[in-house]
Write a new protein. Sequence first.
Length: 317
Amino acid sequence: MKRILVSFVVPYHNESPELLVGCIESILASCEHIVENEIIVIDDGSDVSLEDKIKALGQGIHYIRQENSGQGEARNRGLDECRGEYVQFVDADDELIALNYKHILSILLEEKPDMIVFDYSSDKQDTSARTKTRRTSGARNMMRHNIKSPVWGFIFRRDIVDGIRFSSGTLTEDEEFTPLLMLRADNMIVTKEKAYFYRKRKESLTTPSDFNKKEKRLNDFAKTIAKLHDVAERLEGDEKKALVRRVEQLAMDYTFNTLALYDSDDVFNTKMEDLRVAGLYPLRLRIHTMKYLTFVLASRSKRGRNIIRQIISLTKK
């Protein structure tokens, strides 16, 4: 059996066939003449199977259909099925920027880290070189920097997953999975290389426009924060410090989104009760960043919260 270096996992559910084809072709172009790979498309109960069309694009493409179970379960199925030493998630309506992603693979072949974190662009013609890298660990990186949660923003060694899985039925599975996985990465490389083309959508799982979906995402967000807080309480040393910092950042994000969704301070206070019980609200005074500290101070008074709402309202216009 040939050695597979990278497994690309692509969850798919009723996206445009043309977008899925573009996604697969970008992966094939990124790996051409560089590494042995496999592409695993998890069709999460789409109305029409594209198996023949997708498998005709090249060698090493696996197309697996399952009953609709949600993006988290589709990704879990991909983790169960993949055989590569490394794993890269790619959303079906996005693409890899081939020229830049080849640089990521070159770093991987030379350095063999646990994880490489890279940047993204909304312009798939963005091929300007950004070769500067930073070597660290997942815990140190989370202690000192704000991290981005989307799981397509990094490639990781499969053996560090070791039982971590995506939660089912939630809109915030990345927020839980990413920091837990990063804590397992003892050898991490961070680069500004824009290797991923993120297609901006008017409506998506992560940026819903419907109020009910926004409210569900907010409720899911609160549950994710509670889970991570519970995990942090059981950790020690740098891992604890790293995850506590992440939880405090997420608590700030949750507070901001709650203020954006609800004009009433009574509703706001009700929504903050779970964080209050966990000791996460009022937001903790820390100097993670000046943005964090400024927001914390403003959120502690009704007048400050109204100013935040006004700023949010102005930015929407």
